[in-house]
Design a protein around this ligand. Sequence first.
Ligand code: UDP
Length: 326
Amino acid sequence: MRVLVTGGAGYIGSHTVKALHTAGFEVVVFDNFSTGHRELVMGRNVIEGDLMSKHEVRSAFSEFPCDAVMHFASLIQVGESFRDPQRYYTANLISSLNLLDGMLEAGIDTFIFSSSAAVYGDPEDVPILETHPLRPANPYGQTKYFVESILQDYARAYGLRFISLRYFNAAGADPGGELGELHEPETHLIPNILRSLLEKDKTLEIFGTDFPTPDGTAVRDYIHVSDLAGAHALALQKLLEGLESGVINLGANHGYSVREVIHKVEEVTGRTVEYREGPRRRGDVPVLLASKARAEKWLGWRPRHSDLETMIRTAWEWHRSRHPRG
Ligand code: UDP
């Protein structure tokens, strides 16, 4: 079984490539390396290509005939999506459409999509079930919502078989130490805290201390990136075995506030985190918490590394290994 993985040089993509190798799949990585990193790509089958080019997508499928596709490649920064929605809609939608066109032409019908909890917006109830109404609160989330709608129409009309995985907050690094998070600029909480400990010019800012939560800071459902990666391999196996198309949350069903994460980092690293308190970031909601009942039932998925300490420890080992002051 051969799988084409777009964005396989990125954070979640590269961990999933590792999980796919472990599960016995042959993998072809397709990445334009605009934000991905060559050193994170495992395996020899690598295509440097751009999903905005139909021609490049077509030649990828003719060079490497595949049984399935996993689509990670995407712009992912919420703040930037407010400032430049044109770029987000164009990149995230056209690239997905080109990829699906290429699949239909090549007769590939099995697809795993990287979606996001951002499709829910500010939830009415937590934990969030997959049946919760979809009201994305930012252009980034809208692009994920639109691609999910396209997948449902393509499934009905062309027999596409898909699973859309709605990630909550990916965190941590490969427990084997081979892979980790390398975003530039970094916008995520845990790497920003760790980098504030390692880099002189980086100060942590807490975005919002007036949320309606017990300590005033926002609560998120953090899930270890290797658990996310494992869920992709399981979703693909189940889809190939006949699981119906659909959407599945990937979260731990456990929430931590920004202050709780900071305290745990201090405990794990033995260092004091300095920070300033700033205003809320646009589009941030107070609480996101996943129901993982469907992931457990449909995929038999059990997160193994998603306790806060393991997520922070693996991320800390990764960041320290890459930093001279570590
Ligand atoms: N956050 C923060 N400071 C940072 C980065 C993030 O206070 O430097 C907060 C952010 O406002 C949110 C939580 O941490 O409440 C998680 O943010 P992240 O960007 O990691 O993920 P998101 O939930 O936005 O996808």
